[in-house]
Design a protein around this ligand. Structure first.
Ligand code: ATP
Ligand code: MG
Length: 255
């Protein structure tokens, strides 16, 4: 079994990183593959989405990164085939603490060294390119960029690519961009189509065919602390994330 460790990143906030990580993890788990979701965002949205919130005494990503806590002590089972390393507010301190910690860039990599029984490890990042995101990129072998088909979709993409390049150079020569996911897509909107076209021109070879269409059910599912397949398996959000999951699995045939 070749394990895939995939980071979902964009320093722009609110583009759909967490929605993608939570629902894709659920989709992969439904196919019978073992999945670990690592929540690297102090907001803890991915944990909440899957109804996993660290209780008072529950250890979290913070303990994995800064207390050398073994993985088995921080993992919570969310559902069949899907485990989560939850994030809590303590993780907000990690950004500053990592700056002075020894081996700071590779703390997550070390923490995940024993996570060999998962087919997929998906990592949700905060909307920044600080220590937490660099740790995620150092632990991973793939980066998938999440871009929304609205607003200033391009703001910061060049900088994100530069951070991936720097991570390759200094921390992890194996990591590469293997996907670009266009979210909040509205086929009837000119802006959506324009952004999609520009993304295709710039990232053609890594861009997924599946666009995640705008669908309010995705927001409702998050609020209900359910993945989209539990919440409404027939909505377009569920269809799109199932199709994206299929494409991601199909990438393995091309390797
Ligand atoms: P942050 O950078 O703050 O972590 P994020 O990139 O993780 O944000 P999400 O939290 O996944 O973004 O999404 C932002 C908001 O947009 C949420 O309210 C979410 O429910 C909603 N959303 C995400 N994807 C879609 C979609 N395809 N259609 C409609 N709403 C969506
Ligand atoms: Mg998020």
């Amino acid at each position: 079994m070749k394990q895939r460790i995939i980071v979902y990143a964009n320093q722009k906030g609110g583009v759909g990183k967490t929605t993608t990580v939570a629902n894709l993890s659920a989709a992969l788990a439904l196919t019978g593959r073992r999945v670990l979701l690592v929540d690297m965002d102090p907001q803890g949205n991915a944990s909440t989405h899957l109804n996993v919130k660290p209780a008072e005494n529950q250890k979290s990503t913070y303990d994995l990164l800064l207390k050398e806590c073994p993985l088995k002590d921080v993992v919570v089972t969310a559902k069949e085939n899907l485990d989560v390393v939850p994030a809590g507010v303590m993780l907000a301190n990690a950004e500053a603490e990592l700056v002075v910690a020894k081996g700071s860039d590779s703390r997550l990599k070390r923490g995940l060294a024993n996570a060999t029984n998962y087919h997929y490890i998906l990592i949700d990042c905060p909307p920044s390119l600080g220590q937490l995101t660099v740790n995620a990129m150092t632990a991973a072998n793939e980066v998938m960029v999440v871009v929304e088909a609205e607003g200033f979709a391009y703001e910061g993409t060049a900088y994100l690519l530069k951070v991936v390049e720097e991570t390759r150079k200094y921390c992890n020569p194996l990591v590469k961009i293997t996907g670009l996911i266009c979210t909040k897509f509205v086929s009837t909107l000119k802006l959506s189509k324009d952004i999609h076209e520009r993304l295709t021109q710039n990232f053609g070879e890594v861009m997924f065919k599946t666009n995640i269409r705008k669908n309010v059910k995705l927001a409702e599912a998050a609020a209900a602390k359910k993945d989209i397949f539990e919440y409404d398996e027939n909505c377009t959000g569920a269809q799109d994330y199932a199709a994206l999951c299929k494409e991601i699995i199909e990438q393995e045939g091309n390797q």
